[in-house]
Design a protein around this ligand. Structure first.
Ligand code: AHR
Length: 503
């Protein structure tokens, strides 16, 4: 049995929990849109063709923000193709995923869906094949109230009021050679700066995201951020980060430590951004929009890449197991721990494409294993994020060296007094006892609810025929005794424990 402990104190505040940490991502890719959120012939479809089973699961997941419409897709996308009468909309090639895009769903449909789901939209602009003029056009269509040609066009398409989108991504992964319209850091930085400057001339308060590297393993990582930010620093509010994790060569120990890499990635981007700020003698501090993150079995995808020109083919429909869910829970711990700088994040993606929600065309929708830590963290992380320094044994990993077996973060809601601990046990064979002295809270706390994602079979998955094979369970035996939280954490587990004031 391992043992771990950490102190919690309401004075050790990192930052308020940002609701935008619980963002997601809908790309016109595979079956995320078509037969994912939208399927007019489905038995649960509403009058707009949206699957109500998927809408209900999206609400249950606790998604705050949704990035749209891509992704690699956006770098070749013409937003005008997706407005007006559906019968008049063109079918186009999507070069990013070698699919056909019918444009049945465009921005007006998506905004209707977002309203029903109760989510904010983070709109990604095409800065791959397009530039300043087209960015201004879509901004005018989305946000200008009336009288201009594009505002009136929106109104004639049924949206009388502007959509009021406040957060725009200035392109997607333009450092990547696979990206349509791939650019050097200088080319991209200049374009992003001029696009931002022009958009702000109409709406000074927009929140704009410059593209960071598509992963920290890119050869240009950090140099890209530095050059782009030198060109855009005064014009943007965020730099983006993207990271996907998978077990490589069967190395589960390193996979379970993926959050160590995410921590390092965030710290590196923060340091790079701050160094540019220092060089520019700016007091402004940029935030990070971690607008693509997840577990993705990328190696498997690269081996089986689909090249047929089909409409909404199944693409990267990864089926997630318990270990994947524990890693997702630990990545959320990392994001929360950096709430002082990471104030927006999007799990990629929402439905079918490396997603917490899966559907069958015409059939069921179900929660993948990774749904559960996301939904629980979104529901329970309230108030302020507290700094946590676990004292725990460590283990050796091939990719990240010595890694603590226990990782954790906590939140404290000053209004309700609730304290929630999110904790992961990375050991593959040993349970761990957790002890957390609570004296700093100055009030008696008791356990209000506990959840753990664990299974004797870490490879267990949820499927259409067995959708609840893996569900969170009560963390039996968690108590507050003598002013200390005590709990036992199973191997390969992620847990959440909410404490509340004793009445
Ligand atoms: O989410 C899948 C893809 O991953 C996105 O289209 C792209 O931005 C990233 O490389």
């Amino acid at each position: 049995m391992l043992s771990a402990s950490f102190r919690l104190d309401p004075a050790f505040t990192i930052a308020p929990v940002s609701r935008r940490t619980f963002g997601s991502f809908v790309e016109h890719m595979g079956r995320c849109v078509y037969t994912g959120i939208y399927e007019p012939t489905h038995p649960t479809a509403d009058s707009d063709g949206f699957r109500q089973d998927v809408l209900a699961l999206t609400r249950e997941l606790g998604v705050s923000t949704v990035r749209y419409p891509g992704g690699n897709f956006v770098s070749g996308y013409r937003w005008e193709d997706g407005i007006g009468p559906v019968a008049d909309r063109p079918v186009r090639r999507d070069l990013a995923w070698h699919s056909l895009e019918t444009n049945e769903v465009g921005i007006d449909e998506f905004m209707r869906w977002a309203g029903k789901a109760g989510v904010e939209v983070m709109y990604a602009l095409n800065l791959g094949t397009r530039g300043v003029a087209e960015a201004l056009d879509v901004q005018e269509y989305l946000n200008h109230p009336d009288r201009t040609r594009l505002a009136e066009l929106r109104r004639s398409n049924g949206a009388d009021k502007p959509y009021g989108i406040s957060m725009f991504c200035l392109g997607n992964e333009l450092d990547g050679p696979w990206q349509t319209g791939h650019k050097t850091a200088y080319e991209y930085g200049r374009l992003a700066a001029e696009t931002a400057r022009a958009m702000r001339a109409a709406e000074p308060d927009l929140e704009l995201v410059a593209c960071g590297s598509s992963s920290s393993s890119m050869p240009t990582f950090a140099a890209w951020e530095a050059e782009v930010l030198e060109l855009t620093y005064d014009q943007v509010d965020y730099i983006s980060a993207h990271a996907y994790y998978e077990p490589l060569d069967g190395d589960i120990g390193s996979f379970l430590a993926s959050a160590v890499d995410m921590d390092h990635f965030i710290n590196s981007v923060t340091a790079t951004a701050d160094s540019v700020g220092a060089k520019l003698k700016s007091k402004k501090r940029l935030k990070i929009s971690f607008d693509e993150w997840n577990v993705w079995y990328l190696t498997r995808f690269q081996a089986t890449r689909e090249t047929e020109w089909q409409v909404a083919p199944p693409v990267i429909e990864d089926s997630y197991n318990v270990t994947d869910a524990v890693v997702v829970g630990s990545l959320l711990i990392s994001l929360l721990r950096h709430s002082d700088r990471v104030t927006a994040a999007c799990q990629a993606q929402l439905v079918n494409v490396i997603a917490p929600i899966r559907t069958e065309p015409g059939g069921a929708a179900w929660r993948q294993t990774i749904f559960h830590p996301f939904a629980l963290t979104s529901r329970l992380a309230k108030g302020d994020v507290l700094r946590v320094e676990p004292a725990a044994p460590s283990y050796e990993t091939a990719r990240y060296g010595d890694v603590p077996l226990i990782d954790a973060v906590a939140t404290h809601d000053p209004e309700s007094g609730d304290v929630t601990v999110f904790v992961v046990n990375r050991s593959q064979d040993a349970p761990a006892t957790l002890t957390v002295p609570l004296a700093g809270f100055g009030a008696d706390l008791q356990v209000a609810e506990t959840w753990t994602v664990h299974d004797d079979d870490p490879n267990a998955t949820n499927t259409a025929t067995d959708p609840d094979r893996v569900v969170p369970h009560d963390l039996a035996g968690a108590t507050v005794t003598d002013g200390e939280l005590r709990a036992t954490l199973a191997p390969v587990s992620w847990s959440a424990i909410r404490l509340t004031r004793t009445a």
